[in-house]
Design a protein around this ligand. Structure first.
Ligand code: GLU
Length: 269
């Protein structure tokens, strides 16, 4: 092609290659790191309409990314709904996930976890004026309960309370909307998540009963990547020791009406 110079071809090749390089998700190859989190859980992982991210999980993820050599402007956030988390990791669409993600044996068959970095427990959210639902036992009385597909709370309800009318939505924000407009009677998931929603709309909802499980939040990553896992564990320990963990809790969930948990030690096994 005599009419097109080498230089033009070079520029064209760059124009094609550059965006590919920038969106590459491998932490080692690209200059960005791709982190999966929730986009609709206030206090934990929330994306505002202007695109800015906030929440305890987001702050934990930011701290870890920075320790790995990726400051804020090198982070690409990807939404990680409950049912898609293992897939996103296995397909290499994210480098790691910080998204209210409980460490379980079933999940460990597909992915590895650093952490735990937070421990909470399953609870119930109802409308503030509800005086019939006082704990998980009262759900058996023909009450409609919402939880999320692919989550440990939904699975626990199916296993332990088969009489409950469980509706599985894709996200907790959809459950909370349905609770508000009366389509369902209660939402069940981890207490910290419920507290985040309750704090966002004061006076509309309340948490009832005591937590009835132990949810240990870990950071999901590719199975077998023990190097990344141990670097993330180191970052968690550092975050807990230098006061950043406590600050992240206070900033994001300090006003949500639940006691501040003790920072846990990573398992490292
Ligand atoms: N921690 C639970 C889980 O990993 C519930 C929260 C969620 O679905 O993100 O399934």
């Amino acid at each position: 092609m005599p009419s097109i110079s080498k230089r033009v071809w070079g520029a064209l090749a760059l124009a094609v290659a550059l965006p590919l390089a920038l969106t590459s998700c491998g932490g080692d190859s690209g200059d960005k790191i791709v982190i999966g989190t929730k986009f609709d859980q206030p206090g934990l992982g929330l994306r505002s309409p202007d695109g800015s991210m906030s929440g305890f999980d987001v702050d934990v993820a930011r701290y870890i990314a920075n320790e790995l050599g990726y400051p804020e402007d090198k982070i690409e956030w990807k939404e990680a709904p409950s049912a898609q988390r293992e897939n996103l990791i296995q397909n290499g669409q994210v480098d790691f996930i910080v998204a209210t993600y409980s460490i379980t044996d079933a999940r460990k068959e597909k992915v590895d976890f650093a952490g735990p970095y937070l421990i909470t427990g399953q609870s119930l959210l109802v409308r503030a004026d509800d005086d019939e639902i006082t704990g998980e036992a009262s759900l058996q009385n023909n009450k409609k309960l919402c939880s999320v597909a692919g989550s440990t709370p939904a699975q626990r309800i199916k296993d332990k309370y088969p009489g409950v009318q469980l509706q599985e939505y894709e996200t907790y924000s959809e459950c909370v909307e349905a609770l508000k407009n009366g389509a369902i009677d209660a939402v069940s998931t981890d207490e910290v998540i419920l507290a985040g929603y309750a704090a966002q709309q004061p006076g509309v909802f309340k948490i009832v009963g005591e937590p009835f499980s132990e949810e240990r939040y870990g950071i999901g990553l590719k199975k077998g990547d023990s190097e990344l896992r141990s670097k993330i564990d180191d970052a968690i320990v550092k975050m807990e020791q230098d006061g950043s963990w406590k600050k992240a809790w206070d900033d994001n969930l300090g006003g949500a009406g639940i006691p501040a948990p003790t920072p846990p030690q990573p398992d490292r096994n």
